[in-house]
Ligand binder design. Sequence first.
Ligand SMILES: *Cc1c(COP(=O)(O)O)cnc(C)c1O
Length: 377
Amino acid sequence: MHIPFNKPYLSGKEIEYIIESVNSLKISGDGLFTKKCHQFFEQKYGFSKCLLTTSCTDALEMAALLIDIQPNDEVIMPSFTFVSTANAFVLRGAKIIFADSLASHPNIDADALEALITPKTKAIVVVHYAGVACEMNKINELAQKYNLYVIEDAAQAIDSFYQNKPLGSIGHFGAFSFHETKNLIAGEGGMLTINAPQFIKRAEIIREKGTNRSAFFRGEVDKYNWVDLGSSFLPSDIIAAFLYAQLENLEDIQNKRKHIWQTYFSHFQELKENCQVDLPYIPDYATNNAHIFYLVCKDIEQRNQLIQFCKQQDVNLVFHYISLHKSPFYVSKHGLRELPNADRFSDCLVRLPLFYEMKDSQLEKVVQCVIDFFKKK
Ligand SMILES: *Cc1c(COP(=O)(O)O)cnc(C)c1O
């Protein structure tokens, strides 16, 4: 029985909605299903403005344009993240100042940030790893004190909360991903949430190639013109049609994922008590959206042996980010500052299979495989 790491979820209605979108003959951006998706998210989570994008990467690039990042501006973010978090700002010429993770969690260590702030700092980008919230009160307080923007890379954080506030609604901007590997998918897709209303108009313009086309279609201006920087950040309505079929099943998807996550969590308590691995930590202020279930091994050798052991039984475990401060592209720009917690998660973290269609028998096999590995030790 082969157990993949991930299998994309399908509700069964994706093709039906794509056909409906095609038949509407409005298959470019901001058609019927794009509007339905915007409405869904704005109503369900109270985001003041949502704009679907072609990816989370694009949503982050829009945020970098919206806050007018200039060459040599500094942007603080965790090192343990996906390249897009950094690339979006590097494209505008920013210098990235990488911060360490917490010891207890891959999320950015909010207490380590003040020391990294300089007169050039323009923004803090937080990443809610595995859909678990960062310490947003501390981060927002710092941002207010030093007049910084806060951007939430909420790629993994759909339907997750910080003190009852939906992630993606707390900073100036939130960026979500609907990539095939996320809880809700559109193949490739993303969304920018704009929580500071003064940015809404410009966000629409930047997303529409720097034109005021959105205002024109609403009849607010009588000509549409090139008025600002911009690019083509909006997805075809076909993408939105696919996504909408997923949104209708959000609760079902989340319940299933949480069931799998909880099963892992309870079965591995004993390993944790015997100090063989660390389990995910969910602080009181955060919820768990079951995006990732991970274990943190003792060291890289043990982690790699575990992956190898499971692979022999056709169970696919996957490690995660190589910290960006050590990446070939950035290592020389980072300087020599050590980020030991980020390094530890790069070396020791391993993700377990977690997907909607996972059967109980598959789940049991993964659990058994991991337990067998540690028994053998
Ligand atoms: C998946 C992911 C992204 C990129 O999302 P795309 O939609 O593929 O651009 C960015 N940041 C984080 C933290 C992610 O997990």
